[in-house]
Design a protein around this ligand. Sequence first.
Ligand SMILES: C[S@@+](CC[C@H](N)C(=O)[O-])C[C@H]1O[C@@H](n2cnc3c(N)ncnc32)[C@H](O)[C@@H]1O
Length: 279
Amino acid sequence: MRPVTKREIVAHLERIGLEPSKALGQNFLTDGNIARKEAALAAEAGLRVAVEVGPGLGSLTVWLAEYFDEVVALEADRRLIPALGEVLAARGIDNVRIEHADALADPLPLERRPSALVANLPYHSGSQILVRLVEEAWFLERVVVMVQAEFADRIVAAAGTRACSALGVRLALSIDAHVAAKVPPVVFHPQPTVWSKLVVADRRSEPLAVTEPTTFDATVRAIRHGFERRRQMLRRALGDDELAALDAVGIDPMRRAESLALDEWVALGRAIATSKGAR
Ligand SMILES: C[S@@+](CC[C@H](N)C(=O)[O-])C[C@H]1O[C@@H](n2cnc3c(N)ncnc32)[C@H](O)[C@@H]1O
């Protein structure tokens, strides 16, 4: 596959007259080796369909087209879509479906079939996009995303450690993630100010996965409450129902949110949901 070069990206942007948008996190990947590695990591799971959020000018898309039978690419910026079509056509690629869609606001135009999510996510909205896709599109079984290094660290920090966060613990209910590579700003055009990291994750299976919606919502709410006051003891951070459930599962209310392991959050969420169901 012929990689998409920085020269090609700059030429397309000039021709369209497009100044990359900060709000849309338009930092285009100019390193074909990294793009190829991302596609290869995603393909390891043996899935046939890749979903890409924010294909931009195709740096990653061209490799996904090579490694997967089918690619569905959701791009929010309509102005990029004709140029993306040209990048693909110039390489004889015909297995990519480009959809003009905002992955945060629009209904997701995706079929419910086992797929991989692969994306170089926009910096500012990357966390919201990831949470939405992971939680709403349960058929995305493998996730390979490039995100800001600091966000990557939050995603992979295990519950019960000092570095963990509400967002990371929430995501950990659904996926099991690790960092596969650290990526410098120089491989993007325009260059961002911070480093990125490549995160690889697989969907969790039972018993840790919380698939029942009431339990899931109760768990997420308890995590949010716990971390809103992460320096305080749980007895000051959680609501009355949550504290009763904490007692029922035998977790000491003098502990702090950051000390709870993932299975403790899940047990707490289940107890809250059960007590609600009993009322
Ligand atoms: C970091 S760039 C990556 C572009 C390309 N994949 C690459 O690696 O060069 C992020 C891309 O996401 C698009 N984008 C931003 N917000 C989006 C959203 N909410 N839904 C879909 N695409 C979005 C941007 O227009 C841009 O193309």
